[in-house]
Design a protein around this ligand. Structure first.
Ligand code: NAD
Ligand code: DAO
Ligand code: ZN
Length: 369
């Protein structure tokens, strides 16, 4: 079938809106009509060409929502008409990871997903007879996409897909990192570095956890308005200080925070985030994705004296099991998605959405088909 899609033909170049060919779903696969997708910084990261797993040409996009059109052989958990959120972190429920009870990472489709291919090692997309690669197992920048069954969360059909698509990545990642990775408790002091959708969702999660002080840090002071609305108690711009930001935060908090979250992907900030943690117990969670080959560093004494460095992928959330419940929370008004949606645009204007992100003007732009 034909599908309108925004294709990344080359790294560093704008996406091109073209009509691609999409093959029917094969065994264990599902054809989904994407109704809405948002853009995340990770899409920009891959498009820039620095992602070691970035293959071109590809259909990017991983924060979407849609409706099942057709299922391949053996698919039992979804049927045509079901509303779904594609998952870049699959959940097969059977692999060593899924059955460990220790992680939300799943190995079932991981190897091929990282190569831009479907689990059988081929692609369902082509343009003028040339193959187009998949991305993160989701490829939501195409009106019709093919996704592995294990990479789909079935959600309440009453849920507004134009909003709950955000649960496909950013909001879930930030909120999940607070509850599943850090396990923030009532009264804890936290620091959030970077106030894009991920950092704002960390703030929202911290408010849910009844954190005490929530210190929001960004070099763009325009981000402080929304951060305060969502519950930040203090806002700090590193540019206002002539000493390392970790020293500023340690002084503000009588020795450091209980938890910090890096939501930028900057290895220098990752160090600051660790070192602003309280001696003896402070924990820092890395969420941001750093450039290929970059490394983090600190003095080992920081760890010897009790600080802990962790990381979080998709907020530690098991998508098929837990995402439907988060959608219910959003529908019940317990999880407000409206503040994140600063812009909406049709697919044809998706490159403007990337510009808005790079200019620091948007939190999330929701693209409609
Ligand atoms: P974003 O670009 O919208 O937000 C980043 C924020 O960081 C911006 O507000 C920017 O002003 C601020 N910033 C930049 N440099 C800074 C500095 N030196 N000090 C303080 N603030 C600074 O991005 P996003 O969509 O919120 O994503 C954030 C990061 O999280 C990205 O690296 C993305 O790839 C990553 N991510 C990770 C996961 C995961 O599962 N681990 C999931 C989604 C996104
Ligand atoms: O299982 O080995 C693995 C890798 C899982 C990928 C997790 C990706 C998390 C960070 C990427 C940000 C996505 C928007
Ligand atoms: Zn698994």
């Amino acid at each position: 079938m034909k599908s309108r899609a925004a294709v990344a033909f080359e790294p560093g170049k704008p996406l091109q809106i073209v009509e691609i060919d999409v093959e029917p779903p094969r065994k264990g696969e599902v054809l989904v009509k994407i109704t809405h997708t948002a853009l995340c910084h990770t899409d920009a990261y891959t498009l820039s060409g620095v992602d070691p797993e970035g293959v071109f040409p590809a259909v990017l996009g991983h924060e979407g929502g849609g409706i099942v059109v057709e299922v391949g052989e053996g698919v039992t958990s979804v049927k045509p008409g079901d509303h779904v959120i594609p998952l870049y972190t699959a959940e097969c429920g059977k692999c060593k990871f899924c059955t460990s009870g220790k992680t939300n990472l799943c190995s079932s489709v991981r190897e091929t997903q990282g190569k831009g291919l479907m689990p059988d090692g081929t692609t369902r997309f082509s343009y003028n007879g040339q193959p187009i690669y998949h991305y993160m197992g989701t490829s939501t920048f195409s009106e019709y996409t093919v996704v592995a069954e294990v990479s789909l969360a079935k959600v309440n059909p009453e849920a507004p897909l134009e909003k709950v698509c955000l649960l496909g990545c950013g909001v879930t990642t930030g909120i999940g990192a607070v509850h599943n990775t850090a396990k923030v408790k009532e009264g804890d002091t936290i620091a959030v570095f970077g106030l894009g959708a991920i950092g704002l969702a960390v703030i929202q999660g911290a408010v849910q956890a009844k954190a005490g002080r929530i210190i929001a840090i960004d070099t763009n002071p325009n981000k402080f308005i929304l951060a305060k609305e969502l519950g930040a108690t203090d806002c700090v711009n590193p540019k206002d200080h002539d000493r390392p930001i970790q020293e500023v935060i340690v002084d503000m908090t009588d020795g450091g925070v209980d938890f910090s979250f890096e939501c930028i992907g900057n290895v220098d900030v990752m160090r600051s985030a660790l070192e602003c943690c309280h001696k003896g117990w402070g924990e820092s969670v890395i969420i941001g994705v750093a450039g290929a080959g970059q490394e983090i560093c600190t003095r080992p004494f920081q760890l010897v004296t009790g600080r802990v460095w962790r990381g979080s992928a998709f907020g530690g959330v098991k998508g098929r099991t837990q995402l439907p419940g988060m959608v219910e929370q959003a529908m019940a008004g317990e999880l407000d998605l409206d503040p994140y949606i600063t812009h909406t645009l049709p697919l044809e204007r998706i490159n403007e959405a990337f510009d808005l992100m790079h200019e620091g003007k948007s939190i999330r732009t929701v693209i409609h088909y």
